[in-house]
Structures are given as C-alpha cells and as structure tokens.
Design a protein around this ligand. Structure first.
Ligand SMILES: Nc1ncnc2c1ncn2[C@@H]1O[C@H](COP(=O)(O)OP(=O)(O)OP(=O)(O)O)[C@@H](O)[C@H]1O
Length: 278
C-alpha cells in the first residue's frame, strides 16, 4: 500500500476559551517525512493548535487525523494525551524546558522509555528480579538512549545531570527524549528560543537528521532563519485564522504575512506591499 502523502490533516479546527476565539475554522495538512512550520505573531493561536493536536485540549469543533505509514488512521481530537503519545505515536516538546534536571542525561532518555519497559515486565515487579523479557527491553532502551546521545553529541556527558548542561544541549536532549518514544510525528514548540547562532545551527542539523530518518516534524518557531532554512512547508496564523500556506519562499513574499508581522490592518496591506516593492 502506498502511504498517504499527508501524515496529519487538521480540518475546521476551532478552539474557544469562554468569549475568546483562539483558533477559528483552521484547516491544514502536514506532509509525511517533511518539516511543517506553524508561524504567526504572538497570540496567533499556535500553541493552542499544538495543545489540540497533542490532546492537552479537546477542540470546540473540527477534526484532527493522523495516518500511519500502514494506512491506520487515528482521530486525535477524540483521544487523550496519553493515548496520543502511546497509540498514535505523536511526541512533543514545550516552550519551557521540561527535563528532570537532577537526573542524568542518560536517565532522562531512559525515563522516556518507561512504557516499553513496563510492558516487558508484564506490568509487574518482574523487572526487579531481572526477568529475561525485562532484561532484553532494558538493553534495547539503553541502546536507543545511547544512539540519541550520539546523535546530539552528548555521549560524553551521559552521566552529567541534565540541569548542568548548557541551554542548547538541554534543548537537544529534550528532542532526543521525545525521539526515544519513536514517534511518527514530532511536535516542537519553539525549539530555537533562547539559542545562540551556533546552537541554532546544531538544532537545524538535528532536525534535518530526524527528517532524513523518516519522522515527520511539526514546528512552532519564531526564529525565521531556522524556519526558512529547514521547513518544507509553512502555515501562517494570525488571530486564530490561517492567512497563508506554502513554501518558505512563497510565505516570505506574501504581503498578508508581512502585514501580519508588521501589525498593520488589512487595508494597509497594499501600502506595505508597495513600500516593500512586491
Ligand atoms: N487556556 C487558555 N485560556 C484562555 N485563553 C487562552 C488559553 N490559552 C490560550 N488563550 C488565548 O488564546 C489566544 C492564542 O494563544 P496562543 O498561546 O495559542 O498563541 P501563540 O500563537 O502560541 O502565541 P505565542 O507566540 O505568544 O506563544 C490568546 O489570545 C491567548 O490569550
């Protein structure tokens, strides 16, 4: 069977908080094996969309479906966050770092594989007695953690407390931790926030590697150099509504996007366009 080109389809997504319409009838798709960026000015609704996709919020209306390579489709708007991670295989990171700072880098990656280890122990205390199934699963978990420590260049710091690592390393460790759950879709909320130029370049390299490995990525990002450099497809939100959708180049040249970022009203778009010579 040929896999569906789109891994994620969001259709008519609406999210209300009392009188606030944070996301209004939003539709877009994310392609399989590609990097899709969700951008927009502050308060545009990006994190709310992420929270709906990853089950932190139940949408007020709309459908979110994720299709695995084999054709199996999951309605994310109907699943809770636990099942979205475990069954639909969607992983996420947050705007603020949420590592366990007192645990080592390796331990942080092992904790992410807790579900697999528990399954191998038959959900009992067999692990404590070193049952063969548990030992095999533990070996595999260590191998996977080591693989990701290598990928992010932190093998040599495996035993250091995560909280003592430089900020950029912590950001990459968080992404590695999400990858240890073997997601089909990785959702990253502002991964480049607070990074210096060298750390941003390392992040871009890591995300390209993850894409090359076949994992699809959905990314919220304010750092336009990262967005333009690595995204295959960009969706632009403003006031909860999609205002543009296309390649990074198409987005960059879209007067509606420029106007939204400059904070001007619709009727001024033409003026901005003229001023920029578009
Ligand atoms: N839990 C909530 N309760 C009430 N209003 C909310 C809630 N979450 C978000 N909002 C509102 O929804 C709108 C969209 O917010 P959201 O955080 O999704 O935007 P954003 O594009 O991610 O912004 P930023 O780039 O600043 O992170 C804002 O007006 C915000 O105040």
């Amino acid at each position: 069977m040929i896999a569906d080109r789109d891994i994620l389809r969001v259709s008519g997504l609406t999210m209300r908080f009392g009188g606030i319409l944070a996301v209004n009838d939003l539709s877009f798709t994310a392609r399989r094996g590609k990097i899709t960026a969700l951008i927009g000015p502050n308060g545009a609704g990006k994190t709310t969309v992420f929270n709906c996709i990853t089950g932190f919020y139940r949408p007020s209306a709309g459908e979110i479906s994720l299709t695995h390579d084999g054709g199996e489709t999951h309605r994310l708007d109907k699943l809770n966050d636990f099942r979205i991670t475990k069954i639909a295989k969607v992983a996420r990171t947050f705007q603020n770092i949420r590592l366990f700072p007192g645990m080592t880098a390796l331990e942080n990656l092992m904790v992410a594989q807790h579900n697999a280890l528990m399954r191998a122990s038959g959900l009992t205390f067999l692990g404590l007695f070193g049952a063969p199934s548990w030992r095999a699963a533990e070996k595999q978990a260590i191998e996977r953690a080591t693989f990701w420590l290598d990928r992010i260049g932190l093998r040599g710091r495996a035993d250091d407390a995560a909280g003592n690592l430089p900020y950029g390393d912590q950001r990459r460790l968080e992404i590695a931790r999400a990858m240890c759950t073997e997601p089909v879709l990785l959702c990253l909320d502002e991964p480049a926030a607070g990074l210096n130029a060298r750390e941003s370049a390392e992040l871009s390299e890591l995300l390209r590697n993850i894409r090359a490995g076949g994992t699809s990525i959905l990314l919220i990002e304010h750092d336009m150099s990262v967005v333009m450099e690595i995204s295959d497809h960009v969706v632009v939100l403003d006031h909860g509504v999609k205002i543009s959708d296309g390649t990074p180049r198409e987005i960059r040249d879209d007067p509606r996007v420029i106007a939204a970022y400059l904070g001007v009203e619709d009727e001024e778009v033409e003026k901005v366009e003229q001023e920029l010579g578009l």
